[in-house]
Design a protein around this ligand. Structure first.
Ligand code: CTP
Ligand code: MG
Length: 213
């Protein structure tokens, strides 16, 4: 179909402490392999790798050197995208189901910008001088995941605007919103969690044993 899949995979995985997550093995394959498998039907897949890491052999994707930040890595991938829709997906989220991708794509096609979100399960607090402070109503908040889907031209405009204004962002939807364009929300999936800390690995290993997207 008419979608370019952009995989920011150029991070160093500092919080995990096991090198770049793209090359981290879970269930006998790398996170990059998991993600490429999930998007194997895509017409175009572009991956940003940490600079200096040679592209892995035998994988069906186009590899580019990433930037110093996720935002910069996505900006570089966007320059190379050739199709009218993009899906941006973190390599650190290996378990992405077809249903999740379809939900995001459907909403992105209809509206121009869509992201998956989840309710917050825990109580949220703003610490005050290290002590328990104001509780932030969790019903008002959502956790934001990937894949995030956009009209390619819109996301390009958002990145250009952010660069010009010096805005920095941890995801792409906030740049689109900064441009003044509404971003639709669809239901996320808890299994699409981001592998960030060492404690996330046993959970990922367990999921890998049964995962069949
Ligand atoms: N990413 C990227 N380019 C960067 C930094 C991050 O492409 N310069 C990507 C990561 O590879 C990951 C996604 O952005 O797929 C989300 O980032 P995160 O979970 O923070 O991964 P890392 O930056 O690798 O981890 P850390 O922040 O712990 O170093
Ligand atoms: Mg990071």
């Amino acid at each position: 179909v008419e979608v370019s899949v952009l995989i920011p995979a150029a991070g160093q995985g500092e919080r995990l402490g096991l090198g770049p997550k793209a090359f981290l093995e879970v269930g006998g394959r790398t996170l990059l392999e998991w993600v490429l498998e999930a998007f194997q039907e895509a017409a175009e897949v572009l991956v940003a790798l940490p600079p200096g890491f040679p592209p892995p052999k035998g994988l069906r994707a186009t590899f580019l050197p990433g930037g110093a930040t996720r935002q910069e890595s996505v900006a570089r991938l966007l320059e190379a995208a050739s199709l009218p829709l993009v899906l941006v997906h973190d390599v650190a989220r290996p378990f992405v189901s077809r249903a999740l991708v379809d939900r995001v794509l459907k909403a992105a096609r209809a509206t121009g910008a869509a992201v998956p979100v989840l309710p917050v399960p825990d109580t949220l607090v703003r610490p005050e001088e290290g002590a328990y402070g104001e509780v932030v109503p969790r019903e008002a908040l959502r956790l934001v995941q990937t894949p995030q889907g956009f009209f390619t031209a819109l996301l390009r405009e958002a990145h250009a605007y952010a660069k010009k204004r010096g805005l920095s962002a941890t995801d792409d939807a906030q740049l689109v919103r900064a441009l003044g364009y509404p971003v639709a929300l669809v239901e996320g999936e808890r299994t699409a969690f981001k592998i960030t800390y060492p404690e996330d690995l046993p959970l990922a290993e367990a999921l890998a044993r049964t995962w069949n997207a």
